[in-house]
Write a protein that binds this ligand. Structure first.
Ligand code: NAD
Ligand code: MG
Length: 393
């Protein structure tokens, strides 16, 4: 029986994780569930899974939850505040931590899980983008495990040789082919893009996800963050990671080998597959996902991405090539710009402009300590807000 803490339980990944876990009550026990402010959903999850702890960040949400808890017959203790995210990840009866908080808020609890030597199921790609080296150092120093949940990275992991950590070249890998659907605006006329609304941007053709990652998919910053994520996870450089537009989202990524082989992982676009894979690895379990009907899919298309249309993707490649705190700044500026777009305060095409301006305004430093990284994140958020003010003036 493995104990599991789910950070970001009420989000899209959290809900899919609980769906998989609900099929295996004998094998996994939910020890802790956390959320930012969705008290209602968190409470319903607690009724179903009866964890030891529930964590909420938002105070008002905590009050509501607490009132319901008084009238319920639950073994659950409510903890308030973000320090408790670190606390529940480090509990001795937690073996696995699902890191599924969105954005930079996921960094510290993910680091805490690494320090506590847990198996980390990593959905929160932003933590690797912000501080890849630091997070991996903590994983190695504490013999933690890091398994990718992002569907592409999970696919790559499945296609990699088992000894890939010895180095891609040494193990015969020449390139990673990272697939991308291209999002809802792959073929939209460029002049239309300045008028798109948050609702249009969040209507992803193949995946049902949280709002931030949906906008990231529409700008293709999501793929940019994933290029950086792949470099850290598979110890490689951005020139070895080729983004491939693949509108059907059936091939979740590929690995190219020196002998001419290309290995791919295919499946229906449903996050329960990578979640079940990482939960059971190295075993395999049912995930609840429909088997892929290859005749129904019938065709698979692959195209080169247009770097002018998807300026955010180009910015992410540049930031990773620059190294140091550049990816941290890129990530922070993107979070601020996306938030502003979702609040109808910034147009879709200006998201890339804000990120570009922020990267140009800040000196890049070596990302060698958590303080430097958190500082870069904070300054980038300030600069990004200033840049939004200037663009909108
Ligand atoms: P979501 O918005 O649906 O859920 C986010 C969760 O994080 C919620 O439970 C929310 O309460 C919690 N949260 C938000 N802000 C918080 C804060 N400041 N402190 C603590 N908790 C906070 O997001 P999602 O789509 O589930 O994505 C989660 C992560 O997984 C993201 O990093 C995303 O990039 C990654 N991911 C998601 C998918 C997907 O299909 N949804 C696929 C690959 C990777
Ligand atoms: Mg992905």
């Amino acid at each position: 029986m493995k104990g599991i803490a789910i950070l970001g339980a009420t989000g899209s990944i959290g809900v899919s994780t609980l769906d998989v876990l609900s099929r295996y009550p004998e094998d996994y026990r939910v020890v802790a569930l956390t959320a930012n402010r969705d008290a209602r959903r968190l409470f319903e999850q607690c009724v179903q899974f009866r964890p030891d702890y529930a964590v909420l960040i938002d105070e008002q949400a905590g009050k509501e939850f607490s009132a319901w808890l008084q009238d319920a017959d639950l073994p659950t203790e409510l903890l308030m505040g973000k320090e408790n995210l670190d606390k529940v990840t480090a509990l001795s009866n937690v073996d696995y931590v699902m890191a599924a908080i969105v954005g930079a808020a996921g960094l510290l609890p993910t680091l805490a899980a690494a320090r506590a030597s847990k198996r980390i199921l990593l959905a929160n790609k932003e933590s690797l983008v912000m501080s890849g080296k630091l997070l991996l150092d903590e994983v190695h120093a504490n013999s933690a495990e890091l398994l990718p949940i992002d569907s592409e990275h999970n696919a790559i992991f499945q296609c990699m040789p088992t000894n890939f950590t010895e180095g891609l070249e040494q193990t015969g890998v020449t390139r990673i082919l990272l697939t991308a659907s291209g999002g809802p605006f792959r073929t939209t006329a460029l002049e239309q893009l300045q008028h798109v609304t948050p609702e249009q941007a969040c209507a992803h053709p193949n995946w049902d996800m949280g709002r931030k990652i949906s906008v990231d998919s529409a700008t293709m910053m999501n793929k940019g963050l994933e290029v950086i994520e792949a470099c850290w996870l598979f110890n490689t450089t951005p020139d070895k990671v080729q983004v491939v537009l693949h509108p059907q989202s059936v091939v979740h990524s590929m690995v190219q080998y020196t002998d001419g082989s290309v290995l791919a992982q295919l499946g229906n676009p449903d996050m329960r597959t990578p979640i079940a894979h990482a939960l059971a690895w190295p075993q395999r379990i049912h995930s609840g996902v429909e088997p892929l009907d290859i005749f129904d899919v019938a065709r698979l298309d692959f195209e080169q991405p247009d770097m002018t249309r998807f300026r955010c993707l180009a910015l992410a490649y540049e930031a990773m090539q620059q190294g140091g705190t550049a990816p941290t700044i890129l990530n922070a500026a993107n979070e601020v710009a996306v938030d502003s777009f979702l609040g109808n305060e910034l147009s879709f095409i200006n998201i890339a402009k804000v990120i570009d301006a922020t990267l140009n305004a800040i000196e890049i430093r070596a990302a060698d300590s958590l303080d430097v990284i958190l500082d870069a994140d904070r300054i980038a958020r300030e600069k990004a807000l200033q840049s939004i003010g200037t663009i909108n003036a």
